[in-house]
Design a protein around this ligand. Sequence first.
Ligand SMILES: Cc1ncc(C[n+]2csc(CCOP(=O)(O)OP(=O)(O)O)c2C)c(N)n1
Ligand SMILES: [Mg+2]
Length: 700
Amino acid sequence: MATQTTAPISPKPSSMELTAINTIRTLSMDGVQAANSGHPGTPMALAPVAYCLWQQFLRFDPQDPVWPNRDRFVLSNGHASMLLYSLLHLTEVRAVSKDYETLGEVSVPLDAIKAFRQLNSRCPGHPEYRWTSGVETTTGPLGQGVATSVGMAIARQWLGSRYNRPGFQDLFDFNVFALCGDGCMMEGISSEAGSLAGHLGLSNLCWIYDNNHITIEGNTSLAFTDDVATRFIAYGWNVTRVGDANDLDMLARAFRVFLATKDRPTMIIVDSHIGYGAPHKQDTSAAHGEPLGEEEVRLAKRNYGWPEDNKFYVPDGVYDHFRQGIGKRGKQLRDAWFERIVEYRKQYPELAEELFRMQHRQLPEGWDRDLPEFPADPKGLASRESSAKVLNAVAKNIPWLIGGSADLTPSTKTRLTAEGAGDFSAENYGGRNLHFGVREHVMGAILNGMSLVKLRPFGSGFFIFVDYMRGSLRLSALMEIPVIYVFTHDSIGVGEDGPTHQPIEQLAHMRAMPGLIMIRPADANEVTEAWKVILKLHHEPAVLVLTRQALPTIDRKRYSPASGLARGAYVLADPPEGAPEVILIGTGSEVSLCLEAYEKLTKEGVRARVVSMPSWELFDDQDENYRESVLPSQVKARVSVEQASGFGWSKYTGSEGHNVCIETFGASAPLKQLLKKFGFNAENVVASAKSQIARHQSRN
Ligand SMILES: Cc1ncc(C[n+]2csc(CCOP(=O)(O)OP(=O)(O)O)c2C)c(N)n1
Ligand SMILES: [Mg+2]
């Protein structure tokens, strides 16, 4: 039985401040109660923290929630979503269209709060970017929000470095605030993020840690006794404490300390009481993730001096109070910024044009003018090598295409070499080559943060380690943002490194993820075409899967042009005469093997077709006629060839087709031996093709 530990309401706030804070609390409680599910306790506890930040400090214009130089607020403890929805509602944040136009209507009307967690409500269980204007990033998987905030802070430093000019020193000077809890602090990604943010000295970054000692299973003493302050001091952060979440003066002081700190990120550790004011549930895990219950809601409201039976009650003057605070300040700042931009455009027309395009996710004129074409070459080059050439050809023309690797740039070949590209560091925020260190998980989240600020970020690594960053990558897809992932060492082609480094099920993983475009090009010219597709994406993250080993550059005079890549799959070779008896479908490094088998089959008079299928997703997007023209339904003899798990291939080969694939964890040996062991040679593909033809003939 919980003890009655209700702390007294702090006498410090003015009555209007307290009314506003309690409105946030009670809206949150009522929303959760109406849904009969959700997390009431943390919004109740953190209402004063969020109130103080938004009302006094946040440079955010509710009427234009996409103004580029706005401060970013990230709710990393996304389960406390009602806190954010209450703020968005009370500050009357406007809805924004997909084309970034502000609409007249509010983003979160009271009815949406009443429909918290119901189908199509603007208030889903956890905050979702692209669904609710004013939500800066999707949060819910703990740790992702704080990690993403680092990307936003990096993006702002980069923007400042490139676009702040004499007379416009503060064109980009926004701050990034992230509110987080014990869960975020426990997740490993927050350590990766804190470590890198400290290293980079991101003084525009402020995390507010809700130190309430409660998680789902009970008190944090069950599993978490870190000295968080010391941990972050060790990361190079400025750490400050507020002993009472209700103490607006101390909170304001802490935010001022943050603003005055110019050489490192700041963490404000705030002690709070989850379920603040609920007589039986305060300070218990019961307040974390279940509705308080009608009676407890009533008692908590009584504690706040609130009308007990009023639901979704916004007292007179509350909206106006926010209008006079964050509303007025935000609008002034926003209007002044846009006035400056008019001047900026006069003095720096080219930079202003860049900004406009970037902020609308457009590409510069002529971005693709230097794309390389590769001559046929039986020896060829690794797709990581051709990709390096293409990447640098486009990066030259797209200044805000920036990225890096988790300590593998020499292997992934993603270094930008254009003049002045440089390295991003605490001493040079204008660098375009980022060093994420050996931190894949946070690399993904940082890319998300940079993309949310509208840079065009890419990150690279070994394909196998996509497993370490899947959580972040999933959020790129869920948020529908065009982050670019470049993964090399894509198969047993890595050879001697063995099973720990040989991707098997990773292609299937990526293909199962909605909203993601994966491309595994067959040769250098497909690499060029792949980048063309990727850079034009607006709403999908892309995964480019590349080889370590050399791939022949296919003779495009003899076989079809690589431009077919844009349709996901295309006929690369057909029988000299007549309809095909068998279709060989390959991706990436296996396409040239299919061609080799095709030549042998053709010599023997077998009518084979080769389909290069670099992207399932792009192919599935084509109309039925096209798909039928590539994979005619009457040709049932089909062989897929891919150095990975066969999972999913029956979608194209049919349940009676054959998949040359790998269903174990690979092996450590020179590639030649591996190809033999796993049957990736022309003889095996030819034999598979013939047995397919025989099998399906015997059925007719
Ligand atoms: C990666 C991840 N793991 C698990 C969860 C499920 N979960 C949601 S909230 C929570 C406990 C969070 O505790 P804390 O951050 O202290 O939040 P508080 O209850 O104090 O608001 C857990 C385990 C999650 N959302 N994300
Ligand atoms: Mg907690």
